[in-house]
Structure formats: C-alpha cells, structure tokens
Write a protein that binds this ligand. Structure first.
Ligand code: 5GP
Ligand code: ZN
Length: 114
C-alpha cells in the first residue's frame, strides 16, 4: 500500500531492525521502545485495522501470535511474562494503520493500561 510506513518497512524501503521474517509476517524492533523488549509483528498483507479483518485473515492473526510466542521464548520472556497489544483505531491509540501487534516485556507491566 502506497504511503504506508509499515509496507515500506517490510519492502525494505525504510530501514528497521528486522528480527524475523517468513512468507506471511515480519517482526522488527519498535523505533520508540516502551519496554526493554518492544517488538512489532506485522502481516505482509496490508490490513488497516484488526476490525477490518475478513474471514480468511483470521488464520494469519493466529500465525502472528505463534510468531510472537516464539520471539518471546527466544528473548527469555516465557516464564517472566509479556504483553501482546493491538491498538484498534483512534481511541485505543492506533497511529499506524497497518495491523501490528506489540510484544512488550522485560519490565513489570501495570494494569489497567493508560
Ligand atoms: P500504534 O500506536 O499504532 O499501536 O503503534 C505504532 C508503533 O509503531 C509505535 O510504537 C511506534 O513507535 C512504531 N513506529 C512508528 N514508525 C516506526 C518506524 O518507522 N519504525 C519502527 N521500527 N517503528 C515505528
Ligand atoms: Zn501497509
């Protein structure tokens, strides 16, 4: 999708620290980390928000969660704990309109989130 920053990242038109890639997804480090570990996992398919998934997209969302769990394990977070966040639309604080899941860890997380 033209003018989408995350499409540009996955097409390597914008540099990022990519830590995992397969046919369906890319994972890279957030440029403005909110925790010692802050990784974003995105589908290669441009879907603006989680609310705009079609039936055929839900297996992709499941795959993203599998990849997140594998990255969390590699980073030693499995026992400690970690948070998976998806912000959907304005009130939730979504700023990039290409679905992404935040993997946050390495510090104590508070609840409720702000
Ligand atoms: P949102 O607020 O939409 O849930 O999250 C967007 C995230 O993307 C933010 O955490 C922000 O720091 C990150 N981000 C925005 N632009 C870039 C970029 O160009 N490179 C990287 N690595 N992360 C970005
Ligand atoms: Zn995109």
């Amino acid at each position: 999708m033209k003018d989408c920053i995350f499409c540009k990242i996955l097409q390597k038109q914008i540099p990022s620290k990519i830590i995992y890639e397969d046919d369906l997804v890319v994972a890279f480090e957030d440029v403005n980390p909110q925790a010692p570990i802050h990784t974003l996992v995105i589908p290669k398919k441009h879907i603006p928000t989680i609310a705009e998934c079609h039936e055929e997209d839900y297996s992709l969302i499941g795959h993203i969660h599998k990849v997140i769990n594998e990255i969390a394990k590699q980073k030693g977070l499995t026992e400690r704990g970690y948070r998976i966040v998806n912000n959907c639309n304005a009130e939730a604080g979504q700023t990039v309109f290409h679905i992404h899941f935040h993997l946050l860890g390495g510090r104590l997380m508070h609840w409720p989130p702000g």
